[in-house]
Every structure is written in structure tokens, then in C-alpha cells.
Design a protein around this ligand. Structure first.
Ligand SMILES: [Ca+2]
Length: 315
């Protein structure tokens, strides 16, 4: 299993903060499942979860998946300016029914404040990964000193974040346009702000990378399979978010990801992205070194691993 290969080369777990829209697609559930299992295996330390598209059952459905692995204490924050009404996503309500300890959205702090608290507490540098909308990361960068930390957002990220990883954009075209960067004014402006202001490297995984990698489905054990069934995706979905989570835990070249370095731009009005290659640039986008089957096999192997059958070290 990929975790076993990686554990042998890693001295200590990487601190990770995970953002997700947890909304209209269920591949976010697979991405979180990968990170929770990586946490249980000692590859990462999942410090916090931020939800950037808030639905009635957001917090209890996220917590239900965490509880499945005994990780219900991982704090959850919400982008409270991003309440989405009118689109019913059944997988959240279904997963929420499995939440044992109970939590309401109103129990959760603002996500960017949670990120500040967590970053102030880590001893090294964390990775922030987001597989939804970029609003929380932009709010973090724009944040002011508070009770947790006397650094502003840019300074805090510079001192406590090693890399920002974002599922978003489309990078195989001269001018791409992808949902996470174009839906809602806040996100268009947030993506543009991150490109222009992040003090640490930003890595993008675009639409083109995950589109033809089909993973998950109703036969996956536990709540991931439940979510895919409730989403009416019994045979799996494209893997934009699981591919991003897989990159976070495996890194690049040896595990099938190539980074193309340069400078990314996002138009704050349209959400269109563009890229200028430059080996010393502050940004990169990921491309695949292997065929789609390679990633499908790796992701499905992780999703189908039942942790109850394995002896993982609980950190
Ligand atoms: Ca997503």
C-alpha cells in the first residue's frame, strides 16, 4: 500500500489543513478519506478542516467521516459568508445521520480564524490544501493580528506554511476557466488575490488532471461508499479532489506528478486563469507522468482499505 512505502521515507508527519466545498460533488469525501487514513497511518497530522460552501448538514457530515476513524476531535471551521441554499445534496444529510457526538454548524468557528489558531500553534510549517473554493485561504492571507497570533495573515503564512495546494483552474489551455475559480464573485477575487499575494509557493491541480481518473463508488467500504451511493454516483466520479489529496501525501515526481513552474494569474472578473512558465516562478501546476489507470489504482486502493483490518499507529 502506498502509505507503507511512504512511511519508510518520512521522518515525521506533515501538518496539514484541509479545505473543502463539501457541496455538490462527492469527490471531496474521497479526498478527506485519503487524508484521514494518512493521518491514522502517521504520514500527516490533519490539524483542521475548513468548509467553504456551507449547507445545513456540513459540520455533522464532515464530523461523521472523521469519527469513522476515531478522529472526531479534528476541529471544523466554516466560511460563514458562503451559505448555499436551494441545492439539495443528499450525501451530506445521509452522512450526518451517522454523526455520533453531534455538532451543528453554529458550533463551528470561522474557518480562517481556525486556520490562524492552528498555524500559530504548529512548531514547523504546515501545508494548506483546498479542494473547494479559495475564499478561506484569501481571508487568511488578508487577516489581521488577533488573540492567537500577533502576525498579520501574510506574515503568519510566510512563517508557518510551506506550500498552498489548490484544486482549481484549468492549465492545459492558454486561458482556462474552471468552476472553483469562477463560481461566485468572492472566489474569483480570492483566486486572483492568492496568485498576487501568497508569500509561499502555490501549487494548482487543474480540471484536466482529475477529469478522466474515475474512482470511488458505492462499493467502497464505510461512509465513502455511502456518500457516493447517496450522490447517485454508484460507479465513481472524476478524481479532482482525491488526486489533490494524493499529491499532498505522496509528493511529486516519484509518485506520478510533475510540477510546471511559473506565474499564475486569475482574472478577478471572469475567473479565467493563465500561466507564464518560469522555472523560478512562485507557482506551479501539476501534470501527470503516468496514465490514468495508475492513479485510479492508487486512489481506489486507499479508499478500499478498511482500517479496522490493519494495525495503524494512532497518533
Ligand atoms: Ca470539491
Amino acid at each position: 500500500m502506498v502509505f507503507d512505502e511512504l512511511k519508510a521515507t518520512r521522518e515525521k508527519p506533515i501538518d496539514v489543513i484541509f479545505g473543502t466545498d463539501w457541496w455538490s460533488d462527492c469527490d471531496d469525501v474521497a479526498a478527506l478519506d485519503i487524508l484521514l487514513k494518512a493521518h491514522r497511518s502517521g504520514l500527516i497530522d490533519l490539524k483542521a478542516i475548513g468548509v467553504n460552501s456551507v449547507m445545513p448538514y456540513s459540520a455533522p457530515s464532515v464530523k461523521a467521516l472523521c469519527e469513522q476513524y476515531g478522529l472526531g476531535s479534528i476541529p471544523i471551521g466554516l466560511d460563514k459568508s458562503a451559505e448555499r441554499k436551494g441545492l439539495l445534496c443528499m450525501y451530506q444529510k445521509t452522512l450526518a445521520s451517522f454523526c455520533e457526538s453531534g455538532i451543528a454548524n453554529s458550533d463551528c468557528p470561522d474557518a480562517y480564524k481556525l486556520y490562524r489558531r492552528v498555524l500559530a500553534s504548529v512548531s514547523g510549517k504546515a501545508v494548506i490544501v483546498d479542494v473547494g473554493f479559495p475564499g478561506i485561504i484569501a481571508e487568511l492571507l488578508m487577516s489581521s493580528p488577533d488573540a492567537y497570533c500577533d502576525l498579520d495573515g501574510i506574515s503568519l503564512v510566510r512563517s508557518k506554511v510551506s506550500e498552498i495546494v489548490i484544486m482549481g483552474g484549468r492549465w492545459d489551455k492558454k486561458s482556462g476557466r474552471e468552476y472553483n475559480f469562477r463560481a461566485y464573485k468572492k472566489n474569483r477575487e480570492a483566486a486572483a488575490y492568492i496568485c498576487g499575494n501568497s508569500p509561499v509557493p502555490v501549487t494548482f491541480l487543474g480540471y484536466e488532471v482529475g477529469m478522466n481518473v474515475i474512482t470511488g463508488g458505492k462499493r467502497v467500504p464505510g461512509l465513502v461508499g455511502t456518500a457516493y451511493a447517496a450522490h447517485l454516483s454508484p460507479n465513481g466520479r472524476p478524481s479532482w479532489d482525491p488526486m489533490t489529496a494524493l499529491y499532498v501525501i505522496t509528493g511529486d515526481a516519484d509518485n506520478g506528478y510533475k510540477k510546471i513552474h511559473g506565474t499564475a494569474n486569475v482574472d478577478p472578473r471572469s475567473g479565467k486563469n493563465s500561466f507564464t512558465e518560469d522555472e523560478n516562478g512562485p507557482h506551479s501546476y501539476l501534470s501527470k507522468l503516468r496514465d490514468d489507470r495508475f492513479y485510479e489504482t492508487r486512489i481506489n486502493e486507499i479508499l478500499n482499505t478498511d482500517l479496522q483490518q490493519r494495525k495503524f499507529v494512532i497518533l
